[in-house]
Design a protein around this ligand. Structure first.
Ligand SMILES: NC(=O)c1ccc[n+]([C@@H]2O[C@H](COP(=O)([O-])OP(=O)(O)OC[C@H]3O[C@@H](n4cnc5c(N)ncnc54)[C@H](O)[C@@H]3O)[C@@H](O)[C@H]2O)c1
Length: 281
């Protein structure tokens, strides 16, 4: 899709970080934006900023883990703007811990947001986008954690590997049956957002957790020093307008993907790739 002007984008997790930066970038490109999030105060703040910047945007409180709420989001988007051309399944949360220690509620929470959220987004929006008959693009936010299997992030890794393979398969299915629709998967390394404070929006009903603090300080530092979310947003817009599937925002992390691939191909037992290294380290 080369010209984004007057097209409509739906962005989940739009109240913070990558989602907010993307909503801002879409408005700057002349798109209409439907901003969805569970954090109503931050969402309202985002939409006020989008509108103040001259954009056309609405806020729809949505828990992406709920099929019904994602269906209601689509209803609202089509009611407001008549079509959806870009759906960005971005909402995500993170937690860390030894894989056998994650509680059932840890698994339910993170699978609900990070994987079911994307599944609901695809199941709900793609058929309507096909029926609309216009060009369209599905953007799913995975992570480098979808291409590697680093320690102490088991549940997060599971969700992001799921998002990568779901999106690769979506790409193939669309190419075979609906070539007017395209797909992109985004696999960032560290980005300066609030992801290490994901628990702030965790539902009380899924509060029971067991997380390790071993990585907390290092992760907070790496995230604070991460790529600006606006840079990730710029790369996503470029992928939509140039029909690129992979958005790999941290080229210096790709050695970790090769490391894993080489070990698989040589049937070598896994060793930890230096994913947490900064450039030059
Ligand atoms: N920041 C990083 O280093 C990094 C790296 C790789 C991938 N990612 C991915 O980027 C995406 C965006 O995260 P971010 O880094 O901008 O974090 P963030 O915490 O700044 O923003 C995430 C947003 O998602 C919202 N959210 C949480 N649960 C939700 C739910 N159930 N329904 C709807 N919205 C919900 C939050 O309220 C928040 O506004 C996530 O999928 C994350 O896994 C982030």
């Amino acid at each position: 899709m080369q010209d984004l002007r007057t097209r409509t984008a739906v962005v989940t997790g739009a109240a913070s970080g990558i989602g907010r930066a993307l909503a801002e970038r879409f408005v700057a490109e002349g798109m209409r934006v439907v901003a969805a999030d569970v954090d109503v105060a931050a969402l309202d703040d985002t939409v006020a900023a989008l509108t103040a910047a001259g954009g056309e945007a609405i806020a729809v409180r949505t828990d992406v883990a709920s099929a019904d709420e994602v269906a209601a989001l689509a209803e609202r988007a089509y009611e407001a703007f008549g079509a959806v051309h870009v759906i960005v399944n971005n909402a995500g949360v993170a937690l860390s811990g030894r894989v056998w220690e994650h509680t059932l509620q840890d698994w339910e929470w993170i699978l609900g947001v990070n994987l079911w959220g994307v599944i609901h987004g695809v199941r709900t929006f793609v058929p309507r986008m096909i029926a609309g008959g216009e060009p369209g693009h599905v953007v799913n936010i995975a992570s480098m954690a979808g291409l590697t299997s680093n320690p102490l992030m088991g549940a997060y890794n599971v969700t992001k590997h799921g998002v990568v393979t779901l999106t690769e398969t979506l790409h193939h299915d669309l190419a075979l049956f609906v070539p007017a629709l395209k797909a992109t998967v985004v696999c960032p390394g560290w980005v300066a957002t609030q992801i290490n404070r994901s628990g702030r929006n965790r539902p009380a009903a899924l509060a029971e957790t067991q997380q390790t603090s071993e990585m907390a300080d290092a992760m907070a530092r790496l995230i604070a020093d991460g790529l600006p979310a606006s840079e990730v947003a710029a790369q996503i817009v470029d992928a939509i307008t140039h029909d690129r599937f992979w958005v790999l925002t941290h080229p210096h992390f790709m050695g970790a993907v090769k490391h894993r691939g080489d070990e698989i191909l040589s049937a070598t037992n896994p060793t930890i790739a230096p994913l947490f290294a900064r450039p030059g380290e």
